[in-house]
Structures are given as structure tokens and as C-alpha cells.
Design a binder for this molecule. Structure first.
Ligand code: MN3
Length: 205
């Protein structure tokens, strides 16, 4: 049984950057539905006890095409939103420290330069999708974008995402309408780098 991440903040706590109605729909409906459909598909495929990252990395082993597609779309939706909602906070740590900060500076030059890269990928993603900061077990960072509910694990990159920017219209359209760049820019004000540091530390031993 895969459990939806429990948000640690009230529905209106991310106002004015993310409005309460968007949280109610995005977390309460979209994410909840991905979770339910993922569990249903995983049950049918006999993979409900697997580690979610191992499962998403080995979808090719699911022979039934409809089930594989359901696991990819809903498993991705489940996992990606767990990451997204767990890195947002009304009281975010505004910048990383320690090893992650050093890696960001070494690879991108500065935190601002990383944000710029992530924003470009998020804004440039055609249609629905995501942009990511990911890391591999060797501690190398990567930025990328994915369509639909794919992610770097499903894509077989060997990297695991540690920060997610959701640019599906359901993430921003109620408040920002067609202005995806405004949403992406504002989102950085509620991204908690303490959560990203924890994600990094889980992958890089
Ligand atoms: Mn979404």
C-alpha cells in the first residue's frame, strides 16, 4: 500500500503563492487520485509491496501494456507529488547549506544560477510536465525536465529527483492563469531547502 504524503501545513498556509483552492484540488483531488489509481494498478500487477523507486525504475518488467502504462502514469503522479508537496513550506529554509550547497556552487556557480536553469526548463516544458534537480549516489547533480508524470527514475537516468517543479496547469492555473513564469518564480519563495538537503542525504551515502 502506497501512502500519499501528508502535508504538514494547512490548505491556506502557502497563500498567496499557492492559493487554498489549488491545494484543495491539487493535493486533495489530483494527488489523491494518482495515489488510489497507483495502488489499484500495483495490486493488479502484484507489485504493491515493492519500493516505489525500484518499481518505477523497473516498469519494463511489467508485461501487460495497459498495467505498465497505468503504473507509469499513476505511479509517477504519486511519487512526483509526494516530492513536490514535501518540499514546499510556509516557513522554508531559503538556501541549502553544507555538502549540497557546495555541490550546487561547484556545478552551477550559485544557487541563483541553479534556480535560473530550473526555471528555464520548467517554463520551456511543452505541455504538462516537471522540471527537476536530481542527484545520483555518487553525489553528482543534474537538472532536467520530463513530460506528463515521467521523472528521471522512470527515464532510467540513474538519478533520483530531490526537488520538483510541477508545471501541469492544475498546479497554477486558478491563480496564475497562463502566466507559468510568474508561478515558477514565486514557487522558489516556498521551496524549503532543508527538505531538499534531506532528500540529497538519503541518496548520497
Ligand atoms: Mn500536479
Amino acid at each position: 500500500m502506497f501512502e500519499q504524503y501528508k502535508i504538514a501545513y494547512e490548505g491556506d498556509a502557502l497563500e498567496p503563492i499557492i492559493d487554498a483552492e489549488t491545494i484543495a484540488l491539487h493535493y486533495g483531488k489530483h494527488h489523491a487520485t494518482y495515489t488510489k489509481n497507483f495502488n489499484d494498478a500495483a495490486e493488479k500487477a502484484g507489485v504493491a509491496d515493492m519500493d516505489v523507486e525500484k518499481l518505477l525504475a523497473s516498469l519494463d518488467t511489467v508485461k501487460d501494456e495497459a498495467l505498465r502504462k497505468a503504473l507509469r502514469n499513476n505511479g509517477g503522479g504519486y511519487y512526483n507529488h509526494n516530492l513536490y508537496f514535501s518540499t514546499l513550506s510556509p516557513n522554508p529554509k531559503k538556501a541549502p547549506e553544507g555538502e549540497l550547497a557546495a555541490k550546487i556552487n561547484a556545478k552551477f556557480g550559485s544557487l541563483d544560477a541553479l534556480k535560473e536553469e530550473l526555471s528555464k526548463l520548467a517554463i520551456g516544458q511543452f505541455g504538462s510536465g516537471w522540471s527537476w534537480l536530481s542527484v545520483n549516489p555518487a553525489g553528482e547533480l543534474m537538472v532536467s525536465a520530463s513530460p506528463n508524470q515521467d521523472n528521471p527514475i522512470i527515464e532510467g537516468t540513474g538519478y533520483v529527483p530531490i526537488l520538483a517543479i510541477d508545471v501541469w496547469e492544475h498546479a497554477y492555473y486558478l491563480k496564475y492563469k497562463n502566466l507559468r513564469p510568474d508561478y515558477v518564480k514565486a514557487l522558489f519563495d516556498i521551496i524549503c531547502w532543508e527538505a531538499v538537503e534531506k532528500n540529497y542525504a538519503r541518496i548520497v551515502k
